[in-house]
Design a protein around this ligand. Structure first.
Ligand SMILES: CC(C)n1nc(-c2ccc(NC(=O)/C=C/C(=O)c3ccc(F)c(C(F)(F)F)c3)cc2)c2c(N)ncnc21
Length: 285
């Protein structure tokens, strides 16, 4: 994002605000572009009043500082931020593909090659975050976006914390992605993200999360026992990977590197690359 007009800090006057993209956590998100260069960005507007309850502003500064140093092709980049009297503005990478969960709703469920590619991308992004000691803690389709090349982008880090943490997670939104250790209120580590991508892989392939039940107590019980069933559409390779992630003991879950090297992921991605090459040849023929 090119430098602001008057050197130093950006202000909202460096941007032309476009249509609202939707409501993120804590605030609204708008499409925008820089006045010089027409570079597209997403701007998230947070109300200070909503954030600064009991002097968390210094923690906020540190958190946002951390996010602005996260630089990975599958993580929405936080380019810069600035504030005025009442609001904080986050200037973010724009994801033209929109929200992952909308894509999932439209197509009911993803093919194995698509699900495997998304799993590889999110495992790569999370291992990058974990190396920087950042756990996302809120991996679910609602927080995932799609980039201009159809690639997965993790967004909305509003809840990321430094590992390990036992910060209470206020139960906003679905608890389908909560791991047993958080349901039991125990300390949690970056293994919560491993459990979450196990739930995500299941939801990508089936179209709904594995522990979904009409009443909460059944969901909690199923999560604590890691009790779920597969429809016939989920094949052996995917079952093997999901079965290595949806494990009650956080230490027994497979690592992100093992996810990336898993035979189902590797096999499906090769198949996807071969199919895309074949399509290219046919198109050019
Ligand atoms: C509505 C639609 C679906 N939408 N939403 C996005 C979008 C993508 C990423 C984000 N990222 C963040 O919010 C990052 C927040 C922080 O790093 C942070 C860190 C510490 C804090 F304390 C906090 C704080 F919130 F507590 F302040 C925040 C937000 C919106 C989006 C997009 N980029 N492109 C297209 N459409 C898009």
């Amino acid at each position: 994002v090119n430098t602001p007009q008057k050197g130093g800090k950006f202000t909202i006057n460096d941007f032309e605000i476009g249509r609202p993209l939707g409501k993120g956590k804590f605030g609204s998100v708008y499409l925008a572009r820089t006045k010089t260069g027409h570079f597209h960005v997403a701007i998230k507007v947070l109300f200070k009043s909503q954030l600064i309850s009991g002097g968390v502003e210094h923690q906020l500064e540190r958190e946002i500082e951390i996010q602005s140093h996260l630089n990975h092709p599958n993580i929405i980049k936080l380019y810069t931020y600035f504030w005025d009297a009442k609001k904080i503005y986050l200037v973010l990478e724009y994801a033209p593909g929109g929200e992952m969960y909308k894509q999932l709703t439209v197509s009911k469920r993803f093919s194995e090659p698509t699900a495997a590619k998304y799993m590889y991308e999110i495992a790569d992004a999370l291992s990058y975050c974990h190396r920087k000691n950042v756990i996302h803690r809120d991996i679910k389709p609602e927080n995932l976006l799609i980039g201009s090349q159809g690639e997965l982008k993790i967004g909305d880090f509003g809840w990321s914390v430094h590992a390990p943490s036992n910060k209470r997670q206020t139960m906003c939104g679905t608890m389908d992605y909560l791991p047993p250790e958080m349901v039991n209120g125990a300390d949690h580590s970056d293994a919560v993200d491993l459990w979450a991508i196990g739930v995500l892989c299941y939801e990508f392939l089936v179209g709904k999360p594995p522990f979904e039940h009409e009443d909460q107590s059944k969901t909690y019980a199923a999560i604590k026992a890691a009790r779920f069933t597969y429809p016939d559409s989920v094949k052996k390779g995917a079952r093997d990977l999901i079965g290595r992630l949806l494990v009650v003991d956080p230490k027994a879950r497979c690592t992100l590197e093992q996810v990336k090297e898993h035979y189902w992921i590797q096999g499906m991605m090769e198949a996807k690359i071969r199919a895309e090459k074949q399509q290219k040849i046919e198109k050019e023929a």
